[in-house]
Design a binder for this molecule. Structure first.
Ligand code: CDP
Length: 208
């Protein structure tokens, strides 16, 4: 493990495999991991409780990320709505940047990590998969938790959220020019993680 800050930025659309890859990459290198989607989900959840989005973003504390129920489709939808508000995004920048620079290395995953939060990240990955594969994975995840949703509902929600995330004016979802693309549609999770680790090691050696 290195002691100097080493930042890995992982971006991509909903349910592409970012979370699983990020966790395993962080474990492999002994880096800390921040799922930045949880910040937006936590703010979104508070708006569903009737709170103002900016007030919620400004008052966010790390314990909010452990709140129950952040992984539901309703909260994902609320997250994507608050994520389109520039003031909300701004309120969450300092925490993310501070996390990225922690000694010992950090992996951050989200939508704008390689483009806005950490444009100088040491390694950048853009993880994607076809809309159908992503919807099938998310459908399995949600029904596995006992939620009553159909594949078609999951696909429709996801397409709407991807369109909002890609089309917003502030920090839209897009691949950074220096990010490596990993399309996980036909990969096992082991293959995707191995590809990510190989790319990060190559950046560590300086030949990436
Ligand atoms: O788990 P999934 O990929 O479906 O979503 P997530 O990563 O938890 O993110 C939920 C929502 O937060 C996204 O649809 C985005 O609108 C927003 N988000 C963002 O705008 N910027 C980030 N860095 C992370 C998430």
């Amino acid at each position: 493990m290195t002691n100097r800050p080493f930042t890995v930025a992982i971006d991509g659309p909903a349910a592409a495999g970012k979370g699983t890859i990020s966790k395993q990459v962080a474990d492999h290198f002994g880096f800390a991991h921040l799922d930045t989607g949880l910040l937006y989900r936590a703010v979104g959840a508070r708006t569903l409780d009737g709170e103002d989005a900016l007030t919620a973003a400004e008052a966010l504390v790390p314990a909010d990320l452990d709140r129950e129920g952040l992984r539901t489709p309703q909260v994902a939808e609320a997250a994507s709505r608050v994520a389109a508000m520039p003031a909300v995004r701004k309120a969450l920048v300092a925490f993310q940047k501070g996390f990225a620079r922690r000694p010992g290395g950090a992996v951050l995953d989200g939508r704008d990590i390689g483009t806005v939060i950490c444009p100088d990240a040491d390694a950048k990955l853009f993880v994607t998969a076809s809309a159908e594969v992503r919807a099938a994975r998310r459908h399995l995840e949600l029904t596995g938790k006992g939620l009553a949703v159909t594949y078609d509902e999951v696909l429709a929600d996801q397409l709407a959220r991807d369109a909002r995330d890609t089309g917003r004016a502030d920090a839209p979802l897009t691949q950074a020019p220096d990010a490596m693309l990993i399309d996980t549609s036909d990969m096992t999770i082991e293959q995707a993680v191995a590809r990510a680790i190989a790319e990060i090691e190559s950046r560590m050696r300086g030949d990436g």
